[in-house]
Design a protein around this ligand. Structure first.
Ligand code: SAH
Length: 357
C-alpha cells in the first residue's frame, strides 16, 4: 500500500467511509503524497494534456478577450492579471506575450497566480521567471484592484460530493475499504437541503454532484470583479446543471479506476456552469452565458490566427499545428465538452466571444 493509501485506510478505519470530496481532496492535494504535489502531470510524458499545452493559439485568444475587456473598462493601470490553477505556467506565458501587442497593457499587469502545489509553483517560476510574479494559496488573498482572471481546467479539480436520488431524499457516495480495496458505496438516504430544487428535475436512481468549494471561490472572484472592475474568464469541462456521474480518473492519457491507487491519477469532475453563474451573480457580478469552447475561440478569430501561423510552417510542424487547431475547436474533440463563461461588472460592456446570459 502506498503512503497515501495507508493514510486514507487509517482514516476510514477510525471514522468510517469518507465522502468523495474528502477522498478527492486527499488524492489531489495532500501536501506530501497528493497527485499535484508529486508530479508534473502535463504533456506527452505525463497523464493528460490541456488546451494551453496543445497550442499557443489558445492563450492568444484568451488574451484577446482580456484585452478587449481591459480597453472597454478604461485600460486601468495598474491591474491584477491573475490565473487560478496555472499548471506549467504555459497559458500565462502565452497571455503575457500576446499582451505586449496591446499598448500599455503588459506594463500595467501585476501577475498573481493561485496555486496549491509547491512543485507546480517551481515549474511556473521556471516558465515565467519569478520576478514580478506573486503566488497565492487561495483566490481570497488576491490583492485589491481591477481583476483580470483566467482559469482553465481549475474548477474541475475541486472536490465534489455525489448523491443518488431516492424517492424523497439523497444517498451520498462514500469511499470505504472492502477486502483491502478502496470501494465506493452509498450512505443512507436522507434529505439534502442543497438539493431540494433537484427533486423536481430528477428521478429515483439518478446521480447529481455538487462542488462545495465552488460558491465561495467563484463568489470571491465575482465580488472583486463587481467591486473593482475586470473580468473572470473560466474555461472547463462541464455543462449547465449537474446530471450523472462525472467523477473520473486519468493516468497516462487513459481513463483509470479512480479508486485503484490514490494519488497516482488525476481526478476530476465536470463543472456545473449553472452553479458557477449563480455564484457570480450572487456576488454582484454579471455572468455571461455558457458558450462552447470551439464557438468562443472561433468568434475570437482563432482560425485567422491559425492560418497566419500555418503559413510559416511546413511538413510535420504544419500538420501538427492544423491538428492542434482542430483539437481545440472541433465539436467532436475539445470544442464542445469544454465550455467558457465569464463575469464582468454590470456596467461594463459584455466580454467578446461569449453568448449573453
Ligand atoms: N490551467 C492549467 C492546469 C490545469 S490542472 C492548464 O490548463 O494547463 C489544475 C491546476 O490547478 C494545477 O496547477 C493544480 O495544482 C491546481 N489546483 C488544483 N486544485 C487547486 C486548489 N484547490 N487550489 C489551488 N490550485 C489548485
Amino acid at each position: 500500500m502506498s503512503d497515501l493509501a495507508a493514510i486514507l485506510a487509517a482514516r476510514i478505519a477510525s471514522d468510517g467511509p469518507i465522502s468523495l470530496a474528502d477522498y478527492m481532496a486527499e488524492c489531489l492535494l495532500h501536501p506530501r503524497h497528493g497527485y499535484y504535489a508529486t508530479r508534473d502531470p502535463f504533456g506527452a510524458a505525463g497523464d493528460f494534456t490541456t488546451a494551453p499545452e496543445i497550442s499557443q493559439i489558445f492563450g492568444e485568444m484568451l488574451a484577446l478577450c482580456l484585452a478587449q475587456c481591459w480597453q472597454d473598462q478604461g485600460a486601468p493601470d495598474p491591474f491584477i492579471l491573475a490565473e487560478a490553477g496555472p499548471g506549467r505556467g504555459t497559458l500565462m506565458a502565452d497571455i503575457l506575450r500576446t499582451l505586449r501587442a496591446v499598448p500599455g497593457m503588459r506594463a500595467a499587469a501585476k501577475v498573481h497566480l493561485v496555486e496549491a502545489s509547491a512543485s507546480l509553483r517551481a515549474v511556473q517560476a521556471r516558465t515565467l521567471g519569478d520576478g514580478g510574479v506573486t503566488w497565492h494559496d487561495r483566490v481570497e488573498t488576491l490583492p485589491e484592484g481591477p481583476l483580470y482572471l483566467v482559469a482553465n481546467e481549475f474548477l474541475d479539480a475541486l472536490p465534489i460530493r455525489q448523491f443518488t436520488r431516492h424517492r424523497d431524499g439523497w444517498a451520498e457516495t462514500r469511499v470505504g475499504l472492502a477486502g483491502g480495496h478502496f470501494t465506493p458505496g452509498l450512505g443512507p438516504p436522507r434529505p439534502e437541503p442543497a438539493l431540494d430544487h433537484r427533486l423536481a428535475d430528477t428521478l429515483p436512481g439518478e446521480i447529481v454532484e455538487i462542488c462545495p468549494a465552488l460558491p465561495a471561490i467563484a463568489g470571491a472572484i465575482g465580488a472583486r470583479v463587481a467591486r473593482s472592475g475586470g473580468v473572470a474568464l473560466i474555461v472547463d469541462y462541464g455543462g449547465w446543471r449537474s446530471r450523472g456521474d462525472t467523477f473520473q480518473a486519468v493516468a497516462g492519457h487513459r481513463p483509470a479506476d479512480p479508486f485503484a491507487s490514490p494519488g497516482a491519477a488525476d481526478l476530476t469532475a465536470h463543472v456545473d456552469f449553472e452553479a458557477l453563474a449563480q455564484a457570480f451573480a450572487a456576488a454582484g457580478a454579471r455572468p455571461s452565458g455558457m458558450t462552447a469552447q470551439g464557438v468562443f475561440l472561433e468568434r475570437l478569430g482563432i482560425t485567422l490566427r491559425a492560418r497566419a501561423l500555418a503559413e510559416r510552417l511546413n511538413g510535420e510542424a504544419r500538420a501538427a499545428h492544423v491538428a492542434a487547431h482542430r483539437r481545440l475547436t472541433h465539436p467532436g474533440e475539445m470544442g464542445r465538452v469544454f465550455q467558457a463563461l465569464a463575469c464582468t461588472p454590470h456596467m461594463a460592456p459584455p466580454p467578446p466571444g461569449l453568448d449573453p446570459a
